[in-house]
Design a protein around this ligand. Structure first.
Ligand code: HEC
Ligand code: HEC
Length: 262
C-alpha cells in the first residue's frame, strides 16, 4: 500500500479542503438569519424555523412569489422569534402529531404512553431536548423530538401545561399500602428518600425541578423506574440513584399508588 506522491498530495488537498469547509460551516448559520433579514420583504423566510424555511423559499421562488400572502401569516404564526411560547401553535402541532399517542390535550388513554396534561412546561422541554440529543434514548420519541425546534418544544410545553389532567385510579389493593409507605416515607434503613419530598405529597411535583407524577399510568411510571434503575434512562442521576434501591415489587407498588394520587 505505497501511495504515490501524487495521491498523497491529493489526499492532503482533500483534507485541507474538508477542514476549510468545516471551518466555514459555523459561519453559514450565522449568515442565514441576517440574509433572511436582509431580504425581509418575505417575512415567511425569517419566520419559519430557519433551516426548512430558507431552502424552500430559495428553491421555489416562482410559486412563493405568486402567492405571498397566504404563506406569510402561517409562517409568522409558526414561530414568534421573540422566543415566547405560543400556546396556540403548540396546540396545533400537538393535536396534529402527538395526540395520536398522548391523547387529546395530553390525556393519554394508553398505559404505555405517558399523560402529559398539566405537566410543567420546563420538564416537557427538558425531556424533548434529551430525546432529541439521545440522553433519553427511546426509539419512538427520538424520531418525533428530532423534528421539533426549541420554539416548537416551548410551544408544546406551554400548551400541555395548560391542559387539565384527568385523574387516575390505583388498582392493586394488595400493593397500594406498600406503595404509599414508600411514596410518603421512603425507607430510612436503605437511605431511600420519600418520593413526596421532591414530587410533593399529592404528586403535583415542584416546578420547574420536579415533575408532576400524580395520576400517571402505572405501567408508564413503572417502566421509567426500571429504565432509571437499569441505566437505560440516563438523564437524571438523582432518579437513577433512587430507583437503584427499589425492587420490582416496590416499583409496581409505588407506581400503582402514584396512579391514584390527585
Ligand atoms: C407513536 C406514539 C407517540 C407519538 C406520536 C408521540 N409520542 Fe411522546 N411518547 C411516546 C412514548 C411511548 C413515550 C414513553 C417513552 C419512554 O418510555 O421513555 C413518550 C414520551 C414522551 C414524553 C416524556 C413524558 C414524560 O413524562 O417524561 C414527552 C414530553 C413526549 N412524549 C412528547 C411528545 C410530543 C411533543 C409528541 C409530538 C411531537 C409526541 N410525544 C409524539 C409515544 C409517542
Ligand atoms: C431528590 C428528589 C427526588 C426524589 C426523592 C424522587 N424523585 Fe423522582 N424525579 C426527580 C427528578 C429531578 C425527576 C426528573 C428527571 C428528569 O429530568 O428527567 C424525577 C422523575 C421521576 C419520574 C419520571 C416521570 C416521568 O414523567 O417520566 C418518576 C416516575 C419518578 N421520578 C418517580 C419517583 C419515585 C417513585 C420516587 C420515590 C421512590 C421518586 N421519584 C423520588 C427527583 C426526585
Amino acid at each position: 500500500m505505497i501511495k504515490s506522491p501524487a495521491s498523497l498530495l491529493l489526499a492532503a488537498v482533500l483534507a485541507v479542503s474538508a477542514l476549510t469547509s468545516l471551518a466555514q460551516q459555523p459561519a453559514q448559520p450565522a449568515a442565514d438569519p441576517s440574509a433572511a433579514a436582509a431580504s425581509a420583504t418575505a417575512p415567511a423566510a425569517s419566520g419559519l424555523s430557519a433551516q426548512p424555511a430558507a431552502p424552500n423559499a430559495a428553491a421555489t421562488p416562482g410559486p412563493a412569489a405568486a402567492t405571498p400572502s397566504p404563506q406569510a401569516p402561517n409562517a409568522v404564526l409558526a414561530t414568534a422569534p421573540t422566543g415566547k411560547p405560543d400556546v396556540a401553535a403548540g396546540e396545533t402541532r400537538f393535536t396534529a402529531v402527538c395526540a395520536a399517542c398522548h391523547g387529546a390535550g395530553g390525556n393519554s388513554g394508553t398505559p404505555a404512553n405517558p399523560k402529559l396534561a398539566q405537566q410543567h412546561p420546563d420538564y416537557i422541554i427538558k425531556q424533548l431536548q434529551e430525546f432529541k440529543n439521545g440522553k433519553r434514548p427511546n426509539p419512538i420519541m427520538q424520531g418525533f423530538a428530532a423534528q421539533l425546534t426549541e420554539q416548537d418544544m416551548k410551544n408544546i410545553g406551554a400548551y400541555v401545561g395548560t391542559q387539565k389532567a384527568k385523574p387516575g385510579f390505583a388498582r392493586d389493593k394488595e400493593l397500594v399500602s406498600l406503595g404509599e409507605k414508600i411514596y410518603r416515607g421512603g425507607a430510612q434503613n436503605r437511605s431511600l428518600p420519600a418520593c413526596a419530598g421532591c414530587h410533593s405529597p399529592n404528586g403535583a411535583g415542584i416546578p420547574a425541578q420536579y415533575p408532576r407524577v400524580s395520576g400517571q399510568h402505572a405501567d408508564y411510571t413503572a417502566s421509567q423506574l426500571v429504565a432509571f434503575r437499569d441505566g437505560v434512562r440516563k438523564n437524571s442521576p438523582q432518579m437513577s440513584q433512587i430507583a437503584s434501591k427499589l425492587n420490582d415489587r416496590e416499583i409496581r407498588a409505588v407506581a400503582d399508588y402514584i396512579s391514584g394520587l390527585r
